[in-house]
Design a binder for this molecule. Structure first.
Ligand code: ADP
Ligand code: MG
Length: 314
C-alpha cells in the first residue's frame, strides 16, 4: 500500500516528464547531402555541434580526396595512373587490403575487373551481350593493373568521414554512402541506432533493422545498379569466374563491422564478396575468425543472420 501511494504521488512528475519530452526524446539531426563516388551521400550529425556547416564541407572534401585516389572512371585519379603504368601503386592502400580480402574469399572479391566492367558498359550501348568466360576464381594481387575499386572505395571514404567527425568532437551521427551506412556516438536518448536494411523485393521499403551502437553496415544487392541490354537487366556485381553477374544465391547481403581494422572498407569489400560467393562461403569465413564481422543474408524472402547480430523483421 505504501508503495502504491508513493507511486501515485509520483505520477504527476512522471506525467510532466513525458509531456515535456523526457520520456520519448526525439533524436534530431542536422543533415547534409551531396553526390560523389557515383552515389548520394548523406551526413547527419548532432545538431548541437557548434559549427555543422564547416564540418559538412570538410566531409565533402575528404570524400573528394578518396575519390581522387580510387575512382577508375576519372583519368586523373591515382588509380587510373596506376592502371596506365604511370604509378607503382604506392599511396593506394586499398590495393593491399583488396588482396587480403580477395585471398580470404577465394577470389570472389576481385577488384581487377576494369576491362570487364567497361565491356558491360559497351554492351549496354551496342545491345550485344559480352562473351561469357569459363574458368575458376583466382585471388587478386596488389600489383595487378586493370583495377576497379568500386566494391571497396565507398567504405573507405565513409570510414575517413566518420573518423574525422569523431575527432572533431561531434557527439553522434549517421552517414550513408549509397548502400553503406555508418553510425557513431551516443544519441540523446541513450539507445543504440537502428539501421534499416533495404528490402531487395521492394526497394522503397526496409526488410529488417539491425541494432548497433557504432560501426558500419555495408549492403550489396543485385537490385542496386545494373546494365540494361535488350530489355533485360544484368546487375553490376560480377562473378570473376564467368565475367557475368554473380549468382551466389542471395538477393542481398549486409555486413556489419565494428572494431576491425579498416572496418568501413572491409565491410564494403566483404559484402561484395559474399554476394558473389554466397551464404555458406560467408559462414565458413565467419567461423574461421579471419575477420571480425557479422552478416545478414537475404534470399527467397527470408532474413537470416550470423550468431552475433539480430536482424529484427518487425
Ligand atoms: P555498390 O558499388 O553499388 O555499393 P558494391 O559495393 O557491391 O556495390 O560494389 C560493386 C562494384 O564493385 C561494381 O560496380 C564494380 O565496380 C565492382 N565489382 C564488381 N564485381 C566485383 C567483384 N567480384 N569483386 C570486386 N569488385 C567488383
Ligand atoms: Mg562493396
Amino acid at each position: 500500500m505504501k508503495r502504491m501511494i508513493a507511486f501515485l504521488s509520483a505520477l504527476p512528475v512522471i506525467f510532466a516528464a513525458c509531456f515535456f519530452g523526457g520520456c520519448e526524446k526525439k533524436v534530431s539531426y542536422r543533415s547534409y547531402s551531396f553526390f560523389s563516388m557515383d552515389t548520394l551521400i548523406t551526413v547527419k550529425i548532432d545538431p548541437s555541434f557548434p559549427d555543422c556547416d564547416t564540418v559538412f564541407e570538410k566531409c565533402r572534401e575528404i570524400t573528394e580526396e578518396v575519390r581522387l585516389l580510387y575512382d577508375a572512371d576519372d583519368p586523373d585519379s591515382l588509380l587510373s595512373r596506376f592502371n596506365r603504368g604511370e604509378s607503382d601503386g604506392s599511396g593506394l592502400a586499398l590495393l593491399s587490403l583488396s588482396e587480403t580480402v580477395s585471398e580470404a574469399t577465394g577470389g570472389a572479391f576481385f577488384p581487377g575487373l576494369r576491362d570487364v566492367i567497361e565491356g558491360w558498359r559497351e554492351a549496354e550501348k551496342s545491345g550485344v551481350l559480352p562473351q561469357k568466360k569459363e574458368g575458376a576464381r583466382v585471388p587478386y594481387k596488389a600489383g595487378m593493373r586493370n583495377a576497379d575499386l568500386g566494391g571497396i572505395a565507398k567504405g573507405e571514404a565513409e570510414q575517413r568521414v566518420v573518423e574525422y567527425l569523431k575527432d572533431s568532437g561531434v557527439g553522434y551521427g549517421v552517414i550513408s554512402f549509397g548502400g553503406n551506412i555508418a553510425v557513431f556516438g551516443t544519441k540523446p536518448d541513450g539507445k543504440p541506432f537502428s539501421v534499416g536494411i533495404r528490402d531487395p523485393y521492394d526497394t522503397s521499403g526496409v526488410i529488417c533493422t539491425v541494432s548497433l551502437d557504432s560501426g558500419y553496415v555495408s549492403v550489396s544487392g543485385g537490385y542496386e545498379r545494373y546494365y540494361e541490354i535488350d530489355g533485360e537487366r544484368y546487375h553490376h556485381i560480377i562473378d570473376p569466374a564467368t565475367y557475368f553477374p554473380a549468382e551466389g544465391g542471395l538477393d542481398s547481403v549486409a555486413v556489419i563491422t565494428k572494431d576491425a581494422d579498416n572496418a568501413g572498407a572491409l565491410g564494403d569489400a566483404l559484402a561484395t564478396a559474399f554476394f558473389v560467393a554466397g551464404e555458406s562461403a560467408a559462414r565458413e569465413l565467419y567461423a574461421s575468425g579471419t575477420f571480425d564481422f557479422e552478416a545478414v543474408f537475404i534470399s527467397g524472402g527470408e532474413v537470416r543472420s550470423t550468431p552475433g547480430t539480430v536482424a529484427a523483421t518487425d
